[in-house]
Design a protein around this ligand. Structure first.
Ligand code: NDP
Length: 257
């Protein structure tokens, strides 16, 4: 690691849901900053791995369905086994279910909460147990970056479990920062605004909704996964050693309106 505080050379980063969208953008940005990557998810992240390797970094694929916490302990063990260490965890995997609150089913409630919040917490726990060992051995800080949402701050509509899960991600990020800062781990979150991914493709394709969205965003464009990647590099780097429990909106100014 050189004098550049954003340099991640020699660090290893786990990114969940790295096969596409924001997760892929984050994995590529971390790799550009020098980190080796473990791409964790249901679908194989072959395209991400190819791009990471083209940057001269290692990329290991780790298969895990995070709709339950069953694979969580194995994920961390596998990453450490394959890459030798784990310095950075980015909890990006997430799903959404849309329905009126009056009609919302228990199944959709559980599916979203289990993936977006429960697995996220237990991955943080498993990673932190490992990171504290490294901190003791070599003074390296652990970095956890959770992907929240504008709905960490706002209510939204017809997405009750998503809003609850992302509010939970915000609260949990602060709690974990309180508990783990003394252990040498930074825990922060990024709240993306409207980012162009498969997840938002239908909104982008709807001319009226698209116009309404763009009119409300001061930057007057959809965010790109690389915009979130830049914020992730900052929070994962030494430059953010004194940033704790923060939820960084990367939203083109949406919340400023
Ligand atoms: P995508 O739907 O494009 O990607 C979601 C990722 O999560 C995929 O890699 C997906 O894998 C993975 N994932 C979903 N369920 C599971 C599971 N059970 N186990 C493992 N991996 C899983 O979404 P985005 O890239 O848009 O979103 C990424 C994150 O950013 C999410 O947490 C989302 O809530 C958040 N976000 C996105 C915004 C946006 O505007 N796009 C705005 C605010 C927040 P697979 O392909 O295998 O399903």
């Amino acid at each position: 690691m050189g004098a550049n505080p954003f340099d991640l050379t020699g660090r290893t980063a786990v990114v969940t849901g790295a096969n596409t969208g924001i997760g892929q953008g984050i994995a590529l940005a971390l790799a550009e900053a020098g980190a080796d990557i473990a791409a964790v998810g249901r679908s194989r992240a072959d395209e991400t791995a190819e791009k990471v390797r083209a940057l001269g970094r290692r990329c290991e694929l780790v298969s895990a369905d995070l709709s339950s916490i069953e694979p969580v302990a194995d994920v961390v063990d596998t990453v450490v086994d394959k890459l030798g260490r784990l310095d950075i965890l980015v909890n990006n995997a997430g799903i959404i279910r849309r329905e009126d609150a009056l009609q919302f089913s228990e199944e959709d409630w559980d599916a979203v909460m289990d993936t977006n919040l429960k697995s996220l917490f237990f991955l943080c726990q498993a990673a932190a147990r490992h990171m504290t060992q490294w901190a003791a051995q070599e003074g390296a800080r652990g970095k956890i970056v959770n992907i929240a949402s504008m709905l960490t701050f706002q209510g939204g509509i017809r997405v009750p479990s998503y809003t609850a899960s992302k509010s939970g991600v915000g609260g949990l990020t602060k709690l974990l920062a309180n508990e783990w800062a003394p252990l040498g781990i930074n825990v922060n979150a990024i709240a993306p605004g409207y980012i162009a991914t498969n997840n938002t493709a239908a909104l982008q394709a709807d001319e009226t909704r698209n116009r309404q969205i763009l009119e409300r965003i001061p930057e007057q464009r959809w965010g790109d996964p690389a915009d979130i990647g830049g914020a992730a590099v900052f929070l994962a780097s030494r430059a953010a050693d004194y940033v704790q429990g923060h939820i960084l909106a990367v939203d083109g100014g949406w919340l400023a309106r």
